[in-house]
Design a protein around this ligand. Structure first.
Ligand SMILES: [Zn+2]
Length: 399
């Protein structure tokens, strides 16, 4: 139990949408009292930021190490899909992530990975089937069913997929979506299956259509996909339906900033500060029913203090009454990590990457990567046949 303490400043009250001079008293790790003052220091006190969808594995850090850095940016929690480690290690990987995160005061709320392996075409190290999901969903440390990438399975009522969704619904836990480009009647059927979020929208049109179907939209800006510019105007029209997320965050970028950067960008664009902060701090708590404090009396003492209304530099971060970061320094210890990696890859030969020519086709279909996006597109490129294999005629971009 941490010592009782008090902090004073300008309290940003996201319930009443006001800023008032106040003193916060913390006792037994909870907000014991909030006393309004005539004057208080010019720093701001508010609930911390939440990344509503991130695969911690993308940071190449363990959960406890991730948290040690994230708190410096005022992040107090993440909602995390341990899908990537589960693809390699199965439920043992999920357990590892949960256990490791418990070594740290940082809050990582894990879900049960819905699609392991991601597709039937993937060579994965493990499989999490509907029976496994039924067991995982009963566990209190599992907060939701993670992104249902197998949307064809949902639409075609694949019995395994339907059983996984039913397991989440039975436990009244939310089901995350993943349906890039899904529109119209198919999007409607996907939502009607009980799937309530999407973080894959790349256009405003698509996001608005999904919001109208009742989905919450997570504005994603990570290391791989960047959708903030396409979607930020939703902050004016549908702030109550929004959250922010990274999806993937590489370590060099995590060191620079996190959700605080998106908050700052949205405020700089002129959106209402309360709308932006509610999306960043409160909406994830309500949607995923996270046991996080929202700066009300009786809540766990989870909050941050900033020097001003710019969120680039965070003065202090508190988790359950414990100061975990101040002025760019983290107080979270990184303990020795147990390693559970599982590599079974065989070396590849050049012939593994060749395509035999069965016809005299002069063109080949190519998967085209798009800058700042995870979605790809298909295009046709000229090719010729060399020694029985197809060879591209495209000239390499010399960068
Ligand atoms: Zn994801």
């Amino acid at each position: 139990m941490n010592q009782p303490f008090e902090v004073s400043g300008q309290l940003i009250d996201l319930c009443s949408r006001t800023i008032k001079a106040a003193k916060i008293s913390v006792l037994h790790n909870r907000i014991h009292a909030i006393t309004e003052l005539d004057h208080a220091p010019n720093n701001y006190i508010l609930p911390g930021f939440i990344d509503a969808h991130i695969h911690i594995e993308s940071s190449m850090l363990t959960p406890s190490s991730f948290g040690a850095i994230a708190v410096k940016h005022g992040t107090v929690a993440t909602v995390s899909d341990p899908h990537e480690i589960a693809n390699v290690c199965g439920i043992e990987g999920v357990d590892y992530m949960i256990e490791n995160s418990r070594q740290s005061p940082f809050n990582i709320f894990f879900g049960a990975p819905s699609c392991v392996p991601a597709t039937a075409f993937e060579t994965a190290g493990a499989c999490i089937d509907a029976k496994d999901i039924e067991q995982l969903m009963q566990r209190p440390e599992i907060f939701y069913l993670t992104e249902m990438m197998n949307y064809p399975g949902v639409l075609h009522k694949d019995p395994e997929v339907i059983r996984k969704i039913a397991a989440a619904r039975k436990q009244k836990k939310p089901i995350d979506g993943h349906a890039p480009g899904l529109r119209g009647a198919m999007a409607e059927a996907y939502v009607n299956a009980g799937i309530s979020t999407d973080h894959e929208c790349t256009t405003l049109d698509e996001a608005l259509e999904k919001i109208n179907l009742g989905m919450k939209i997570l504005i994603r800006e990570g290391s791989a996909a960047k959708n903030f510019n396409a979607l930020h105007s939703l902050m004016a029209s549908h702030p109550e339906m929004l959250m922010f997320c990274s999806d993937d965050k590489h370590p060099d970028e995590l060191i620079q900033g996190h959700i605080n950067e998106l908050v700052q960008r949205a405020i700089d664009l002129g959106y209402n500060i309360y709308d932006v902060l509610i999306a960043a701090c409160i909406n994830p708590i309500k949607h995923y029913q996270l046991p996080m404090g929202m700066l009300s009396v009786g809540d766990p003492a989870d909050f941050i203090i900033t020097n001003d209304l710019s969120f680039h530099s965070i003065k202090a971060t508190y988790l359950k009454g414990q100061q975990v970061a101040a002025n760019g320094h983290s107080y979270i210890d990184i303990t020795t990590q147990q390693i559970i990696n599982n590599f079974k890859a065989q070396p590849y030969q050049i012939t593994d990457f060749t395509i035999e020519a069965h016809t005299t086709t002069k063109q080949i279909r190519v998967i085209e990567a798009l800058e700042g996006q995870l979605i790809t597109q298909s295009s046709l490129h000229d090719a010729h046949i060399q020694n029985g294999y197809i060879e591209s005629d495209s000239v390499d971009d010399p960068l």
